[in-house]
Design a protein around this ligand. Structure first.
Ligand SMILES: [Zn+2]
Ligand SMILES: [Zn+2]
Ligand SMILES: [Zn+2]
Length: 158
């Protein structure tokens, strides 16, 4: 008979045999062995090529993540993320300032119309803030459209 701890497992009946889906059996928290609020935590490819997903429950995940952040490696990763985000902000500010400066100097002419539609009142869109003068001129609507597609890159008009 099917044992109690298999009760969450999917059973396939093939030729009268119960075959238990292995991935279902291993669906419990790696830390506390609980089965509630599981989050897929990591995927590993076993030697025979099959993929195994490890799970952590929400609470253990929080605890382990907090503990990881205190380790040498965790600190380095966190620090790297902060530094990258600061660098992005710096590039953004710099790019915006440069565009503004060049518009005032007359080196860059702000076009009258959006590059995608006939609308006026264009805003500068940067694909990449590290290329400060690489801007695409878009009206507010096209700009918002683009951001809805590519994600939130910046909040302001330039
Ligand atoms: Zn747990
Ligand atoms: Zn437009
Ligand atoms: Zn933009």
């Amino acid at each position: 008979m099917v044992q109690l701890w298999y009760r969450n497992a999917t059973c396939h009946i093939i030729g009268g045999l119960f075959l238990i889906g292995e991935d279902m059996v291993s669906k419990y928290c790696q830390s506390c062995k609980g089965t509630d609020n599981l989050k897929a935590n990591s995927k590993q490819t076993l030697k025979d090529g099959t993929q195994k997903t490890y799970y952590l429950c929400r609470d253990c995940n929080t605890v382990l993540k907090r503990r990881y952040r205190k380790t040498q490696h965790g600190k380095a990763v966190t620090y790297g993320a902060i530094r990258r985000s600061q660098e992005r902000t710096r590039n953004k500010v710099r790019a915006r300032r440069m565009v503004m400066h060049h518009i005032q100097n007359g080196n860059i002419r702000k076009p009258d119309n959006c590059s995608r539609c006939p609308n006026e009142n264009v805003e500068a869109h940067h694909e990449d803030y590290s290329y400060a003068l690489d801007v695409i001129w878009l009206c507010r609507r096209c700009h918002a459209d683009l951001h809805a597609k590519v994600g939130k890159l910046h909040k302001t008009a330039i």
